[in-house]
Design a binder for this molecule. Structure first.
Ligand code: FAD
Length: 476
């Protein structure tokens, strides 16, 4: 019965999300984090609670005063993270009314935006100036500050992180002091991927590049051939990601390359149809096959069918797609050399546990160069492979994720703190990040001595500001 309701929930939510986005010509995304009627829900509607107080400041001064006068505060962007980082024990802040352009400098190709600006709006502001991000991750609904606070990554041989396009940040710390910092400052490094522990990111200066088209291709290959050819594939393509599947030897290879060619006719519409069909397939058919036990038998048949797509789009449309599909993600990094060995272990774990009634899942594999702009981001300081366990958000995914988190710990992989994170704690983060974690904690102590930005989730991860039950507001 639980499986049936979970199946229907994923299928219906995904369908409503696509229809709502389609009929509003892309203007409205139903599955987004928001506060309505005093109740916060994150994008996947797993975190739902009434904060004691909800505030939408409109000026920097209001944010400063608020921080000076509170005991506990958390900020959210568009609630697109997969954990309780967005749960506030006291005051919840949205920067939705603190968003938009602050200034532009066309000669330097830079724009400054307020922290609450959604990535899709930053893209539009850049396009107005004939500019673009040099590359982007897969989605554009998030706020620019939320993206930086979780060190959001994309994929590429030489490009990996949105933070690479950031020239300067403004941050309001727990003392109510406003700091301007750049990539060489330790405060900047603590803010990137620091999930708000050192302050509220209130302004961001973005370095644009001249706008360009990107050629996006999807091809099906065998996993063995991709494994043999990975270095060459990464050399030949600016950006590359893989989809791996349980019970199948096939692999989907996604590539994006800068091009001078003209955009494909009706490219945006064709991309909308493609992403909608994929989302509906995963929600209605993928989950049906998984729950009826048929996935094991038909997986190779389904993924063996040549599934190709080839479009030339404005770069942001190629990198970003609206992801309609109601799902969960647990993601981590391992050293590049371990890509296939580790991917196989997590796919093997899914296959072993499949008989327990797991939902449909795919495994997205992405690549980043060494990230030098963060202290505790998962891509820190080494060439990394990101393995993302993408499960339909329905009955059974928690069981798989619990076992997967044990395996993450066993192999000492580094978790993405914007994704599902139920059991990682201070001890584990100290083990995997060592000196940079200590440096991060020292900065958090200096810039938030009263742990105003702590909640239960960050207390578990950073060991700071444990909250007594009597202090807590209404819980999710
Ligand atoms: C469909 C989908 C696709 C995704 N694709 C990718 C991807 O390609 N790559 C990737 O790495 N991740 C990806 N993610 C993960 C996710 O987008 C990010 O981790 C990001 O945090 C979400 O941004 P947000 O504005 O929604 O932040 P929220 O979820 O609202 O907040 C995230 C965290 O940042 C803190 N925070 C928010 N605003 C501020 C601020 N102004 N100052 C300080 N702290 C703040 C919050 O308290 C919270 O802890 C994806 C998620 C979804 C749902």
């Amino acid at each position: 019965m639980m499986r049936f309701f979970g199946y229907l929930r994923v299928a219906l939510f995904t369908t409503v999300n696509i229809v709502a986005n389609g009929v509003t010509l892309g203007r409205y995304v139903w599955l987004e984090g928001r506060v309505k009627g005093g109740v916060f829900t994150n994008w996947a509607r797993r975190f739902r609670y009434g904060p004691r107080k909800f505030v939408k400041p409109t000026t920097e001064q209001v944010i400063v005063e608020l921080i000076k006068n509170v005991r506990r505060v958390r900020v959210f962007g568009s609630g697109h993270s997969f954990n309780a980082g967005v749960v506030s024990q006291e005051i919840l802040v949205s920067l939705d009314d603190y968003s938009g352009l602050i200034w532009k400098d066309p000669d330097k190709r830079q724009i400054a935006v307020k922290g609450g600006t959604r990535v899709r709006d930053v893209i539009a502001l850049l396009l107005d100036e004939g500019l673009a991000f040099s590359a982007l991750p897969s989605h554009d609904a998030q706020s620019i500050a939320g993206i930086l606070s979780t060190d959001v990554h994309g994929t590429g041989r030489e490009w990996g992180f949105v933070s690479e396009s950031v020239v300067r940040l403004k941050l309001i710390d727990g003392n109510g002091e406003v700091h301007e910092c750049g990539p060489s400052d330790d405060l900047f490094e603590a803010a990137i991927g620091g999930i708000g522990a050192v302050g509220v990111i209130s302004e961001v200066v973005i370095q644009g590049v001249e706008r360009f088209n990107a050629e996006q291709k999807v091809q099906t290959k065998t996993l063995a051939s991709v494994e043999k050819d990975l270095d060459r594939l990464l050399q030949r393509n600016d950006h590359l990601s893989l989809y791996l599947f349980p019970f199948a030897d096939e692999c989907r290879v996604n590539t994006w390359n800068r091009t001078d060619k003209k955009q494909s006719p009706l490219g945006d519409l064709r991309e909308f149809v493609r992403t909608s069909v994929d989302a509906l397939g995963a929600a209605w058919i993928g989950n049906l096959l998984a729950y009826t036990g048929l996935l094991r038998t038909v997986s190779s048949l389904v993924y063996g069918v040549e599934h190709g797509s080839h479009l030339i789009l404005e770069s942001n449309k190629a990198f970003n797609r609206t992801i309609y599909h109601l799902h969960q993600e647990l993601e981590f990094t391992v050293p590049f050399e371990d890509t296939f060995e580790v991917s196989r272990r997590f796919i093997g774990l899914y296959e072993e546990m499949y008989h327990l009634g797991l939902p449909y899942a795919i495994f997205e594999v992405r690549f980043t160069p060494k990230q030098e702009r963060t202290l505790i981001g998962a891509g820190r300081d080494r060439r990394s492979t990101w393995i993302d366990l993408v499960c339909n958000d329905s009955h059974g995914f928690e069981k798989y994720y619990a076992a997967a988190e044990d395996l993450v710990k066993e192999i000492e992989a580094r978790p993405h703190l914007g994704k599902f994170c139920e059991t990682f704690d201070q001890e584990y983060l100290a083990r995997i990040h060592q000196d940079t974690f200590t440096e991060f904690l020292n900065l958090a102590e200096r810039h938030d001595p009263e742990s105003k930005f702590a909640n239960d989730f960050t207390s578990r991860l950073f060991g700071r500001g444990t909250i007594r039950t009597s202090e807590a507001g209404s819980q999710p």
